[in-house]
Design a protein. Structure first.
Length: 236
């Protein structure tokens, strides 16, 4: 999978997948339904309070990569996505020139010569084991522990058109008596990404539109469509 903004695409896909699973289970209002204004923000917070007051008993807020000030205090339960870095992959890409179909012509290009692996963490923060189990269930439903995930973006509206492979590579527990929280961290790796532009060449190649053999015979058929044209046998 190749794109110059591949990290943004993956981060947003993971974020929206987890967020929508929380919405589906009734732990979070759908932020996309609120207007971007003070009134919309107040309405969203009011709906959060309604969920907390219901039989659910708590909301599950989801935070994407951002600064600590935006995330605010570490209040449970919440799910936080933290990107790590790109690392060199174990395989390279095919260096042979390929061609883009531009309609009337083809344009040559080559792929980046090295694939990369991208790692990120998902922090599940809870105050009780029951909450932690529910957060784990949400995460396992939202993204696979090992499998393909479709991009969740308007650029790729069709399910399965663009996918990337996610592999869970471990987890750890951060339990500190001082903050009275349960925190479980899952690490994931996205393999075989092309974190670079294609190398496109300025030279274009015309398409082969027609192959005509024995043109004098074809002309004879056009002149006399009702007559049979005998094609002479090849001479030794």
């Amino acid at each position: 999978m190749s794109a110059p903004n591949i990290q943004d695409l993956i981060e947003l896909t993971i974020f929206h997948s987890i967020r929508l699973e929380c919405v589906t289970r009734g732990y979070l209002p759908d932020i996309s339904l609120y207007e971007d204004s003070t009134a919309g923000y107040q309405s969203y917070n009011a709906d959060l309070a309604t969920i907390v007051a219901s039989e659910k008993g708590f909301c599950v807020e989801v935070f994407n990569n951002s600064n600590p000030q935006y995330k605010g205090l570490k209040k449970p339960p919440r799910i936080v996505i933290i990107s790590e870095n790109f690392m060199p992959g174990t395989t390279g890409a095919e260096g042979t020139e390929a061609f883009l179909d531009l309609g009337e012509v083809y344009q040559g290009y080559t792929l980046p010569n090295l694939l990369t692996d991208f790692t990120f963490r998902v922090h599940l923060i809870a105050s009780t084991n029951a909450q932690l189990r529910e957060l784990t269930s949400i995460l396992s439903k939202a993204i696979p522990f090992r499998g393909f995930k479709s991009l969740f973006l308007s650029e790729y509206p069709d399910e399965g058109v663009q996918t990337f492979f996610i592999n869970n590579i471990g987890f750890s527990d951060y339990i500190l008596a001082s903050d009275d929280l349960l925190e479980r961290v899952y690490r994931y790796e996205v393999d075989d990404l092309m974190n670079a532009e294609l190398t496109q060449y300025t030279t274009t190649y015309s398409k082969l539109l027609e192959i005509t053999l024995n043109s004098h015979i074809n002309q004879e058929i056009l002149k006399n469509p009702d007559q049979t044209v005998i094609i002479p046998a090849p001479q030794d």
